[in-house]
Design a protein around this ligand. Structure first.
Ligand code: SF4
Length: 346
């Protein structure tokens, strides 16, 4: 059944119009959904009984609690949400000092096939709806402590652009959560057309998963490179303003001797010329069935120092939740493996 949660204000107006409800009902419903966090349609008590019955006959709310959680010694929690039979996504809650970030998923699996990614190895199963993306926030037990949301969970958000834009609208619009767009970061490997659409229609931050500044080397472990060239992605990004509220960052996972040399750092610095962007360095942690190895801390620091000397703000991302399969896709992959094993037993 169609869900009410995840509907934009325009969609709620459409719904109320269809059922002949007064115009102001859309505002009442949006307040129940996104401000008062109602947990049933019947709980929308300023709607008439008849209106609630009509809505219940045609919609579910669409909320579902996580089915599993793993808790790390460092406070990181990884929640597993069930989307459909044998289909799961993950959201990682990462508290740190004054901040608490939720890493959300936009797809079940992913088509992009990046060599280093557990989600990529699952293959693609389905896009999430705005309801299913927002549900990861709405049903998070720590929801009220959240300061930031990043699309760095399962899936490539720009491959599910319509639902991601709707979700961002609901997070940032006055009728929705009314968050500042500065609290939301969309992370992409760089799909040209939807990237332009995203940059034109949203003020949320942008993170680009680059991982190698040389196109031929990048193509060897990120197939996207063949269709969406890094040089074109950077040329596009260069035409937008990142000197104001909106921030641009490069995500760079470091692989021993593959992308962590001075030659790579120099090329990355060159690509960033004329763009106000920062770099986040992330040490790679091994995933099953991959020969890739993470760089040593010494090599990561050398890389960082080289970029800093060029005037580029460069941070080394702390490893979080290593004891709980923190790499996105691992927990849901395990769930899938469990399912496959169960079937194999029959
Ligand atoms: S890194 Fe992102 S885009 Fe690449 S396969 Fe994994 S989820 Fe997909």
């Amino acid at each position: 059944m169609n869900t009410l949660y995840g509907k934009t204000f325009a969609e709620l107006e459409e719904i109320t119009k269809t059922f002949g409800f007064p115009k102001f009902t859309a505002k009442q419903i949006s307040e129940w959904l996104y401000k008062k966090h109602v947990d049933s349609i019947d709980g929308m008590t300023n709607l008439s009984k008849k209106q609630r019955d009509t809505l219940s006959e045609n919609f579910t709310l669409g909320l579902s609690a996580p089915v599993n959680v793993q808790i790390s010694a460092d406070g990181t929690k990884k929640y597993l949400y069930k989307i459909a039979e044998h289909r799961y996504v993950e959201a990682a809650y990462i508290p740190e000092d004054e901040r608490a970030t939720l890493c959300i998923s936009s797809q079940v699996g992913c088509k992009m096939g990046c060599e280093f990614c557990a989600t990529g190895k699952q293959g693609f199963q389905q896009n999430l709806t705005a309801c299913e993306i927002l549900n990861q926030i709405r049903m998070l037990p720590e929801r009220d402590t959240l300061t930031n949301v990043v699309y760095m969970g399962m899936g490539e958000p720009l491959d599910n652009l319509d639902e991601v834009l709707k979700t961002n609208e609901i997070m940032t619009a006055e009728y929705g959560f009314a968050w500042s767009p500065k609290r939301v970061t969309v992370s992409t490997i760089g799909l040209l057309k939807p990237l332009k659409q995203f940059l034109d229609s949203s003020d949320c931050h942008l993170a680009l998963s680059m991982h190698n500044p040389f196109e031929d080397e990048r193509a060897a472990f990120m197939p996207v490179q063949k269709a969406h060239r890094l040089s074109e992605v950077m040329d596009l990004i260069r035409t937008y303003n990142f000197y104001g509220q909106r921030r641009f960052s490069v995500e760079y996972i470091m692989f021993q001797e593959l992308n962590d040399t001075e030659r790579h750092a120099a090329e990355l610095a060159r690509l960033l010329r004329g763009i106000n962007g920062r770099v986040n360095l992330i040490r790679f942690h091994a995933i099953p069935d991959s020969k890739l190895q993470g760089s040593t801390y010494e090599r990561i620091e050398n890389f960082q120092n080289f970029l800093k000397d060029k005037g580029i703000v460069t941070t080394i991302r702390k490893s979080r939740g290593q004891d709980i399969d923190a790499a996105c896709g691992l927990l849901s992959t395990k769930e899938l493996v469990k399912v496959k094993t169960e079937y194999a037993d029959f």
